[in-house]
Design a protein around this ligand. Structure first.
Ligand SMILES: C[S@@+](CC[C@H](N)C(=O)[O-])C[C@H]1O[C@@H](n2cnc3c(N)ncnc32)[C@H](O)[C@@H]1O
Length: 272
């Protein structure tokens, strides 16, 4: 089985991933604490990207703990490793690895975590089953992922609806599930994990002016893959983005609901 990731691998995209990680840092830190991540534990961050969650893990498990990040993008993984080393987290290591249908490396972990990974992978149920397999007895699987369907302004705007439609078409066209966050409990069941022990939804209220750049960057990250697959015409996409920019310039303070980040977790029974 091969996995497919449709976002660009460019310095601009890496910067967007870091900004995105900062935006959700509190929501993830809260759940790491809620599932009891603590001193000396071992963790896996599947699809660790820039390593920002690994930093939060390292702060909790301390020097006696172990934090492994896996990412298909070796260049981004090296940057993550360097950032973590500079921050003094020697218990962290990042391995270039394409997560798919095989058993994950490194044995089992007290915490297996994946944020904004399943969204991108058409074989998400199978990957989820592999993540669960890597959870040690008594350990926890924690997943956070998006529901993009909520993106809207108040009052509603045809231009923003047009943008949301484009974003949905692009992501669905390259094999993503734009509502995977809300589907997490169903996916847990399909993967044989059972009902999550808990779910939590994180979100924020933004305004159209400042949020426009981030929304545009999300679409631009996936646009080349969508164009290559014939999902959208570049000229049509540019027209939608130009209309969004104009709307944001005219109504910068209009309240905007960005994607929701849904968390779901399950703890494995300890060995008897
Ligand atoms: C949207 S980013 C999220 C990064 C990080 N989890 C976060 O929330 O900040 C998705 C990451 O998953 C990685 N990825 C995508 N498919 C993968 C796969 N099959 N195996 C490992 N990593 C993968 C990408 O390279 C990218 O770094």
């Amino acid at each position: 089985m091969t996995t497919r990731y449709g976002l660009r691998r460019t310095p601009e995209e890496y910067e967007r991933l870091r900004a995105q990680a900062r935006a959700w840092e509190d929501a993830t830190a809260r759940l790491l604490d809620r599932v009891g991540l603590s001193e000396g534990m071992s963790c896996l961050d599947a699809g660790c990207g820039p390593g920002e969650t690994m930093r939060l893990m390292a702060e909790r498990v301390g020097p006696a703990g172990r934090v492994l990040g896996l990412d298909a993008d070796g260049a981004l993984g090296e940057q993550a490793q360097e950032m973590l080393r500079d921050a003094g987290h020697g218990q962290c290591s990042v391995t270039a690895y394409e997560i798919g249908g095989e058993t994950l490396p490194g044995g089992t972990y007290d915490l297996v975590f994946a944020r904004l990974l399943l969204f991108h992978l058409p074989e998400r149920t199978e990957v989820l089953a592999r993540l669960w397999e890597a959870v040690a007895p008594g350990g926890t699987l924690l997943v956070q992922d998006y529901d993009l369907s909520v993106v809207s302004t108040v009052p509603e705007s045809l231009v923003v609806e047009g943008f949301t439609g484009l974003m949905t078409r692009i992501f669905e066209g390259i094999g993503c599930d734009v509502r995977v966050g809300t589907r997490l409990p169903a996916l847990f069941a399909e993967a044989g994990i059972g009902t999550p022990d808990g779910t939590e939804i994180a979100g924020m209220v933004a305004t159209l002016g400042p949020a426009r750049m981030m929304l545009e960057a999300v679409v631009r990250g996936a646009l080349p893959a969508a164009v290559a697959r014939g999902v959208v015409e570049p000229e049509g996409a540019e027209r939608v983005l130009a209309r969004l920019a104009q709307e944001a310039a005219e109504h910068p303070d209009r309240p905007l609901l960005p994607p929701l980040l849904v968390g779901a977790w399950k703890t494995k029974a300890p060995t008897p």
